[in-house]
Write a protein that binds this ligand. Structure first.
Ligand SMILES: NC(=O)c1ccc[n+]([C@@H]2O[C@H](COP(=O)([O-])OP(=O)(O)OC[C@H]3O[C@@H](n4cnc5c(N)ncnc54)[C@H](OP(=O)(O)O)[C@@H]3O)[C@@H](O)[C@H]2O)c1
Length: 298
């Protein structure tokens, strides 16, 4: 297959690239950054696809600044919704399959049980609303050949993410206060990248005209941001006291759902995926991070 991956400089895009290089995957991949294909311009998207004949698009690009989106709805909507709609239209008219990544923030977090793919969506913030509009556009345009994977609390060896932030903060401070009443499931981008590659190679995905589907993917288990931060500090061995605080004590521009763990039963059964427990994946990622920082110091 000839596969386009957007968002090549992002956490998931970089994680897919690393696996493709490491595992010698038997497909041709093109990884595009924002500089090479800016999805906020309709004309860019149109002319880009005139030049290539892809079999599959994996859309990892997104406007992911959740708080900034509250003041920047137009831009967030343009990337998370309108560009996704245009990509879906191009995919449909050129028989290209699509794997698109969405978020747990399309839920309001009030279920207090793992969400299934058919549960009612009700986003609390602009980011979640624009991501949901992107999902809806895909499903209304592509009755077949699209997969939407909702994920949550993504972190990796790359870029700014919660793990990197906690590592920096615990090195600079003796005490940290972290929110303990928002519960979710961390997702190591390396695991999600692996799952996407397994899906791409599956017979199920490669069946012609397979009905479009939504799936949930995160690591196994759930925790609060406080538990997550404690585990990062625990693995790194840094001495810093981490204390739990309430959401009200850490005001943010965007409202966040309180409890968004998601059931992974559908994706694990459909593609025979083994979902790793969040603490095990965190250890693996942090081991990679410390190896990388040793290499960078040499
Ligand atoms: N991060 C999370 O906690 C989280 C949670 C749930 C779901 N998700 C979803 O998972 C997917 C991957 O997230 P991630 O953490 O890998 O995101 P990320 O690290 O923020 O990467 C997103 C990528 O999209 C690119 N991008 C932004 N605007 C663009 C534009 N106008 N044209 C082309 N590319 C553009 C960015 O380019 P630059 O590098 O140039 O900025 C960046 O490389 C996204 O769909 C996100 O919504 C993420």
């Amino acid at each position: 297959m000839f596969i386009l991956v957007t968002g090549a400089n992002g956490q998931l895009g970089r994680s897919i690239q690393r696996l493709v290089k490491r595992d010698n995957i038997n497909h041709s991949f093109v990884f595009v950054t924002r500089e090479q294909l800016d999805l906020s311009y309709f004309s860019n998207i149109e002319s880009y696809f005139k030049d290539y004949k892809f079999d599959l698009i994996v859309n990892c690009a997104a406007y992911t600044k959740v708080d900034k989106a509250e003041l920047d709805e137009k831009q967030a909507n343009s990337i998370n919704h309108l560009a996704v709609k245009q990509v879906a239209e191009i995919a449909k008219s050129n028989n290209i399959k699509l794997i698109h990544i969405s978020t747990d923030f399309i839920f309001d977090g009030l279920k207090h049980q793992p969400y299934s793919e058919s549960d009612t969506t009700s986003p609390l913030n602009i980011y979640g609303k624009t991501k949901l509009a992107g999902e809806s556009a895909i499903l209304s345009i592509m009755k077949f050949d699209a997969i939407i994977i909702r994920t949550s609390w993504l972190y990796s060896e790359y870029g700014n993410n919660f793990v990197a932030t906690i590592l920096k903060l615990t090195q600079k401070n003796n005490n940290l206060n972290i929110v303990s009443d928002q519960i979710g499931s961390p997702t190591y981008a390396g695991d999600l990248a692996q799952a996407i590659l397994k899906i791409i190679n599956s017979d199920r995905f490669n069946t012609l005209e397979k009905e479009s589907e939504i799936y949930h993917y995160s690591n196994e288990g759930e925790c609060s941001w406080y538990d997550f931060a404690k585990e990062v500090a625990n693995i790194s061995g840094v001495k810093c006291t981490i204390s739990p605080i309430k959401t009200e004590d850490y005001p943010t521009a965007a409202k966040r759902p309180r409890h968004t763990s998601m059931s992974k039963e559908k994706i694990s059964k459909a593609f025979d995926l083994k979902i790793i427990f969040w603490k095990d994946s965190l250890k693996y990622c942090m081991k990679n991070l410390s190896t990388l920082s040793l290499i960078n110091k040499e």
